[in-house]
Design a protein around this ligand. Sequence first.
Ligand code: ADP
Ligand code: ZN
Ligand code: ZN
Length: 668
Amino acid sequence: MKFARVIIDASMGRGQNLFDYKIPDDLEVSVGSRVSVPFGPRVIEGFVLDIVGSTELPNDKIKEVIKSLDDFPAIKTEAIKITPQICEKFKLRHIDILRMFIPSSLRGRVRKRKPKNKEIHGLDIKKKDISLTPAQDKVVKTICSAKGEVFVLHGVTGSGKTEVYMNVIERELAQGRTAIMLVPEIGLTPQMLGNFRARFGDKVAIIHSGLTVGERYDEWYRLFTGEAKIAIGARSAIFAPLDNIGVIVIDEEHDTSYFSESNPRFHTHEVAKIRCKFWGANLVLGSATPSVETFYRAQSGIYKLLTLDKRVCCDVDGNCAKMPTVEVVDMAEELRAGNNGIFSNVFLARLEQTLVQKKQAIVFLNRRGFSSYIMCRGCGWVARCEHCDVSMVFHKDDKMLKCHYCDSRFTAPSVCQGCKGTQLKFGATGTQKVVEELQEKFPNTKVFRMDADTIKNKDDLLSLLGEFTKTPSSILVGTQMLAKGHHFPDVTLVGIVDADNSLHFSDFRATERTFSIMTQVAGRCGREKDVGHVVLQTHMPNHYVYRLAANYDYLRFYDKEVNMRAVTKYPPFTMIVRVLVTGERDDKIKDALKTIMAELRTRQKDFFYLGAMKSPLGRIDDKFRYQILCRFDVQNETEMLSFIDDVVSRNKPKNLSVFLEINPQSLS
Ligand code: ADP
Ligand code: ZN
Ligand code: ZN
């Protein structure tokens, strides 16, 4: 007789939820099969993790597997083996990680096969014949002659990192191995995809949020069977069902999108390390501005550091394209001189010159989240969402106020809802306003806009990039979206409207993020034969982050930052854990928080910081949110994490959700 050890999806704490079921003789079930089984009065879905010859369950308690849900075992051995390691690292439920290895169409629902979509979501690039520069060649050879190493590839913008990735992958494929190439969601540019398609054709499978459920399944299946050898995608592609992985690349490794902020909460780098260890593969973490945590490990010798310090494109004499010059402009000075507009006079003069020379410009708005609120100048009233405790965002197109968290919306009022006054101020400068102002100043110039409102999908992005690239003397206005990965040959000027925006966030990574985004944006210009120029507008012209970003001095910036972290006791020297408790009853959450805190306080001396508070976003979708923040020495990581996890799981009340977040990227 054979028994299947099945992990099922029932919320029973963080245990393994493993149950034995008898396999009927006429049923084909193997390790990794998705099956349906009886559970109490219900029939539910589970995965077979093991098949055994005997069980400790008494005969009259034993139930039978009802059926296999697919005609192949969807979970591979590697996934079964490494899931416990991933879950131990982030204190997650096994079932939640196992599910990441299969597409959503295989989770619970009946499968509907869609016709295969042949459309290629990438620019059509004629394959270029590129021979590596000596610097690139050295990097490629170093990576390919290693096994099971973690490399940090620190390369300035335009240093040809993508070409390095492609060459490393090509060599791994030639050895019969496979590869995963990760990019931030907004870094999944048509150029990047086009390059990979041109080089690797059908061997590439693309996994991104714009695919339909059917398309996702098709791409997943091609990887599962080995027909496709390279998985490209954002964070979730780290779970691609590939065997025999030779290399995993994480491009723009500092990007916050590599941290999952919804369940299951994991950090892509750590999952990548676990997969690499399983296959003996190399991990490549590439960036022009590696995160302080990553670079610290490179400096400590845990990771191997590789550097590309020059741009790759060169003129006929072989001189490399130069890094753009950066001019820091004091906006307070501009105001004193009588200019209270969005743009400094220096920038406007440069812009005019750029357009006359038939070149292009980028105007970047360093805007994170919601800032175009409505405020009454008379009484200070701000339109806020009734359900979420955040300000509503004003959308000029349809004159609506929208909540970006729960999507409730209403028509923007023309009088204040507090004092009935009519002097309403319509928020901070947004992309629309910048476009309007530029259009007024340069009526004959085409001004393009690139933000979450104008770009809804890959096709929008593709057509915008196409249009912009073929319109000389034009301007592209946008947010973070335009900072990543794009290669614009004719852009010679970049204007950064209000650089300080990200500096004022109450977050210990604020300076690091500002340095990084400045570097990325500056990196969009002067990538070929013309020298680029950047005008950076700020109210804090003497801040070291601008001085160092203007000189592309990452190393000095890193030194300053890492010393600060050591003194103030922040990562990488400490670990931060947030316990997030959410639910509908405010009083219940507070009670739970008190109980948990009382237990955590028994080890008060082991924490550098331990505090409980309402989350900055105190309510989302009618759910209250409270948090406990813990900070402790990273040396005690394993032990402290287990302690916190244990306290939390023992005191988790029913009807409340409790999440553990390790080194969270945002505390909203
Ligand atoms: P990064 O990712 O470091 O910002 P890219 O990989 O986008 O840089 O490279 C910048 C440009 O240089 C791209 O247009 C790329 O095709 C080109 N390039 C890269 N390597 C070479 C090379 N060895 N010879 C010529 N051009 C190259
Ligand atoms: Zn809301
Ligand atoms: Zn008012």
